[in-house]
Write a protein that binds this ligand. Structure first.
Ligand code: G3I
Length: 396
């Protein structure tokens, strides 16, 4: 049967002379990783119709966030291993977790997840080095009390980055170096559109982001360095945040800052519109010579309660599936979008009910780990992307 590509996802784009060397190198890494997935698949470990196997056909990595305790449930661990080719530690690489007391490190959760990923032929997205949230109390209290000066704070961040990136050198595919630094409509922006009240920017100025990228690059020159944020591909119905990120990224690249990937978290909610600019925005970042990644995808909606998480609007489950498919299509339409990661896959462990009262049903699997229509829609879209529609029999 004659088949043709559904989407123009050319390998040539990966060899573009516009790309920074580390990005081009990652493209090679991706090819090796695809071979690894194929080998795993041939060994029977990965079902041929899994999200990871289907995505691998077009060189896309399909990932999930994980926390180690979830892996003690065998059904959960099986889905994590079979369906995904990238793992993002949901919390275990955050500063609060790895250095709860100054100089006292706990790498157990992160090590556990890296080992799980290696065992199952998965890559790892490191998350996250510079973020205003989930910082250890000794650090924030010290700054508030004035016992940690700005100079000391910068030195501590540098040490944190060298220590953590150094520990996992060669084991991390993408590092979310800076997280959620861009201003929303409710924030007061800096001249470059960053959050002026962000812990790091307020204390150390906007230049700390470039410093962090340089330190991370120094500590692991082969890791792809990501700036990760939400509402940066039109999710809030405007392109204001996208414009700020785009302009900022262009400026950093012109100064030689080692920035390789823009990570769009892509947390959607069915009460707001679907971000129709997502595909164009991803392509616009790529036009700067950057890769892109969907890093924390989920689609929440109103539900009957946090335990059962049945949508209260009977149409919501279709919107849910449709929007996941729409995000994937946006990712697939840009050959420089290298990974599509969901922020956890089971509703029982989702962050959504605890954060948005009355909402849930955000993941690909329900509270009992049954796949939802969204899962099947993603499979179908990946299948179509990989194999194309069959040629018409007797068509004219
Ligand atoms: O570890 C403590 C535990 O000791 C305590 O008993 C328990 C009681 O609440 O809390 C535990 O900490 C929780 C932690 O997750 C680990 O489970 C925190 O309360 C809770 O706030 C924290 O939530 C995490 C959230 O980031 C913090 O902002 C979510 O799990 C995590 O999924 C979420 O992830 C973020 C990304 O990093 C960045 N983008 C948004 C995304 C969703 O918020």
């Amino acid at each position: 049967m004659k088949r043709r590509g559904f989407l123009a996802l050319g390998a040539g784009a990966l060899a573009s002379p516009m790309l920074a060397p580390a990005v081009a190198q990652a493209a090679t890494g991706g090819a090796k990783a695809t071979a690894a997935s194929t080998a795993a698949s041939a060994a029977g470990a990965v079902p041929a119709d899994s999200l990871r196997a289907l995505a691998a056909k077009v060189g896309l990595r399909f990932g999930t966030a994980l926390i180690p305790s979830e892996l003690t449930t065998p059904a959960y661990a099986q889905i994590a291993a079979e369906q995904f080719s990238v793992v993002t530690p949901g919390n275990e690489m955050k500063w609060q977790v790895v250095e709860p007391e100054q100089g006292v490190y706990d790498w157990s959760g992160a090590d556990n997840l890296v080992a799980f990923a290696q065992k199952h032929g998965q890559l790892v997205r490191g998350h996250t080095l510079l973020w205003h949230n989930q910082l250890p109390n000794w650090l924030t209290d010290g700054v508030t009390a004035g016992t940690i000066s700005a100079t000391e704070l910068a030195a501590l961040l540098k040490k944190h980055i060298y220590t953590e990136v150094g520990r996992y050198k060669g084991k991390i595919w993408q590092w979310d170096v800076a997280n959620e630094i861009f201003a929303n409509s409710w924030d007061t922006p800096t001249a470059d559109g960053l959050v002026s009240t962000d812990f790091w920017i307020q204390n150390l100025g906007e230049g700390i982001i470039a410093d962090a990228l340089h330190w991370a690059h120094d500590a692991d020159p082969h890791a792809l360095l990501v700036v990760n944020d939400y509402n940066i591909t039109g999710e809030d119905g405007t392109n204001d945040k996208f414009n700020a990120v785009h302009a900022w990224a262009r400026k950093q690249l012109s100064k030689g800052v080692p920035l390789h990937v823009i990570g769009s978290q892509a947390h959607l909610d069915t009460q707001y519109g679907f971000p129709t600019s997502m595909a164009d925005d991803l392509k616009a970042y790529a036009d700067l010579g950057l890769k892109t990644a969907i890093t924390e995808a989920d689609v929440r909606t109103f539900v009957d309660g946090p335990t059962t998480q049945v949508p209260t609007d009977r149409l919501a489950q279709w919107a849910h599936a449709n929007w996941y498919a729409g995000m994937l299509q946006a990712a697939l339409s840009s050959p420089d979008c290298i990974s599509f990661t969901v922020w956890g896959f089971g509703d029982a462990d989702s962050w959504v009910p605890g954060t948005f009262a009355g909402e849930g049903y955000a993941c690909l699997y329900d509270v009992d780990l049954n796949p939802k229509p969204a899962y099947t829609d993603l499979q179908r879209n990946l299948q179509l992307a990989a194999y194309g529609a069959p040629h018409r029999n007797g068509g004219r």
